[in-house]
Design a protein around this ligand. Structure first.
Ligand SMILES: Nc1ncnc2c1ncn2[C@@H]1O[C@H](COP(=O)(O)OP(=O)(O)O)[C@@H](O)[C@H]1O
Ligand SMILES: [Mg+2]
Length: 384
């Protein structure tokens, strides 16, 4: 399943937005334009629906409370709305729609309340809160039905989907030396520390098949790489990844993950994540600290893995290299631009002066860059 549409009102720096989402969606914008805030919407839904330690109150509290969440420019109409549509695949009618409203705190109540919670199944409204019981006992609005097993039976699929969302902001340094961090992994492992443990826990057959796929994909970006294998340290039993690299002097050089380059480790983490589940994957600026040679391969690698794994992936980025692949469709790029009244949001393919450039064969990277530097816009005439 994929999130095919997202509507927001008063969510952090987005006062209002309504955008379709593709299976691979790049979220592009300068620093402070709201890329992380946008990804956080999906982490918020996950935090509500999480089977362990989830819930609406905690999800808001962990974000610093309502005043931090609500858009600063929301004055007369302060309700926060998060509204998503889920479809089986791209370009198909949505199967589910889940919408949630958060209002100001009720006077006298220390707990936050929902202003509404609605669920549609194939456009039929199947949950419409506040309902009669909520009217009799308003404290019920302190919890979503989504987070409660005894109230979400009719739309458990949505709860499972949100619960399975993962967010990765891979930090290769943390991924190495797994023996030091075992037991010390941050909740939900946003930094990818637990990758080796995850790989170790995967059934042998699945693990081998995934590592083979990753090995094939990696060879595109790291041509010297020959083999990628899982192994355990003979003395300590610690899990490791080992790679065989071709070398001009010998038959090959074996390395373990603590010797891999940051780029290789990041790619492995990313590719593993793409194969690991079929739920939504959020990737935070995968280009950080990598050379542009490797970053250029990201987009096609994701595409290649998606054919195998079918996982939807939302990628925040401000890397031109990452967007230099001409296989990226203008619909796959959401452009964010900071503004006084909250960030502007536009799908690249919907922008009149961008579309012809993409159709002429320029990559999104080239066009987006020219959009960010207005003096280049004059060159658009060349294509008319
Ligand atoms: N409640 C809010 N209302 C308005 N703007 C906000 C709110 N919360 C955060 N911001 C703004 O959002 C911006 C940060 O967005 P962020 O998602 O971190 O950007 P990026 O990831 O693109 O660098 C900051 O400029 C911050 O001031
Ligand atoms: Mg950010």
């Amino acid at each position: 399943m994929i999130v095919s549409r997202l509507r927001l009102k008063n969510w952090r720096n987005f006062s209002e937005m309504d955008i379709p989402l593709r299976q691979r969606q790049f979220i592009v914008g300068p620093n402070g334009s709201g890329k992380s805030n946008l990804l956080d919407v999906f982490r918020f839904l996950r935090d509500i629906a999480k089977s362990e330690g989830g819930g609406f109150q905690k999800a808001v509290k962990n974000r610093g409370g309502l005043s931090k969440l609500r858009c600063l420019s929301a004055q007369r109409d302060p309700e926060i709305i998060v509204d998503v549509e889920l479809a089986e695949a791209m370009d198909t009618e949505p199967v589910w729609r889940y919408a949630l409203g958060i209002d100001r705190e009720r006077p006298g109540s220390r707990q936050l309340c929902l202003s509404f919670e609605k669920v549609w199944k194939k456009s039929k409204l199947i949950l419409d809160r506040p309902n009669q019981e909520d009217g009799k006992d308003p404290e019920r609005l302190q919890q979503t039905f989504l987070e409660q097993i005894n109230t979400n039976a009719e739309f458990r699929e949505i709860a499972r989907f949100f619960d399975a969302i993962s967010y990765i902001h891979l930090i290769p340094q943390l991924l190495r030396h797994v023996e030091f961090i075992q037991g010390g992994i941050i909740e939900d492992d946003p930094f990818g520390q637990g990758l080796l443990i995850k790989i170790a826990k995967t059934a042998t057959h699945t693990r081998t098949s995934r590592l083979n796929k990753i090995e094939k994909a990696l060879k595109i970006a790291v041509p010297q790489l020959q083999q990628l294998r899982f192994e355990r340290d003979e003395d300590t039993g610690q899990p490791h990844l080992a790679a065989l690299y071709t070398h001009w002097r010998s038959n090959g050089v074996r390395q373990r993950e603590d010797q891999f380059s940051d780029g290789t480790l990041r790619l492995i983490g990313l590719l593993w994540a793409l194969l690991d589940s079929d739920s939504l994957l959020l990737l935070e600026e995968p280009e950080l600290s990598l050379n542009s040679g490797i970053v250029q391969h990201f987009a096609p690698l994701i595409y290649r893995m998606q054919r195998q794994g079918k996982r939807q992936v939302l990628i925040s980025t401000h890397s031109e290299s990452l967007l230099s692949d001409t296989g990226i469709d203008g619909r796959e790029v959401l452009l964010l631009s900071p503004g006084q009244e909250g960030s502007g949001t536009e799908i690249a393919a919907d922008i009149d002066d961008v579309r012809p450039l993409l159709e002429a064969g320029l990559s999104v990277g080239e066009v987006v860059l020219s959009k960010n530097t207005p003096q280049n816009i004059g060159q658009l005439d060349l294509f008319e």
